[in-house]
Design a protein. Structure first.
Length: 176
């Protein structure tokens, strides 16, 4: 019996570190999301290890967008905009170049700092899941800090065309 207990102890001491090592350290299962809804757009967010995780949804089969810290309407906002078409999820990192227009960061010398986690289009609702670094070091992204308050803008459109005009838009403040 002592031998069996010793073997079990030895076996578990070998396997426990292996399984601990094999865990996904980027898992989003343990995140606790906060939530805001305006203009029929739901924005859920959580912060973990220098990363902002976002679930964004709206009643559309077109694009959905969120922007951080605009100075006037969309101007100077760090915008994340995307859509789902078939099985493809498209999410892009944009910058508000004027009050009513935006361009991809990569078109103006920046980088695309969005990590696509998933997306779906079900029952007329588009949902995007993605993450962005709190500080991407990209000139066209806003540096965000846990514990600080930020203005957030949201919108959605009817088509899978990020240049098309929004159907609804709204704004609110969040504390990360």
């Amino acid at each position: 019996m002592k031998r069996l207990a010793l073997l079990m102890l030895l076996f578990s001491s070998i396997l426990v570190p292996f399984f601990t090592f094999a865990q996904d350290t980027n898992s989003t299962n343990d995140l606790v999301y906060q939530k805001k809804t305006t203009a029929r757009v739901t924005f859920k967010w959580a912060v973990k290890e220098g990363t902002l995780f976002v679930n964004l949804s709206a009643p559309t089969t077109g694009w959905v967008a969120v922007g951080f810290e605009p100075t006037m309407m969309m101007k100077n906002a760090d915008l994340i905009i995307g859509y789902v078409t078939g099985s493809e999820v498209v999410i892009e990192d944009h910058f508000g170049v004027r009050p009513t227009s935006h361009v991809p960061d990569v078109d103006i010398g920046g980088t695309n700092d969005v990590t696509v986690l998933s997306g779906s289009e079900e029952n007329g609702t588009t949902t995007l899941r993605f993450s962005i670094p709190l500080d991407s070091m990209d000139t066209f992204d806003r540096k965000l800090e846990k514990g600080e308050t930020y203005k957030v803008i949201v919108a959605y459109g009817k088509r899978d065309d990020v240049a098309s005009y929004h159907v609804k838009r709204g704004s609110f403040k969040i504390k990360l």
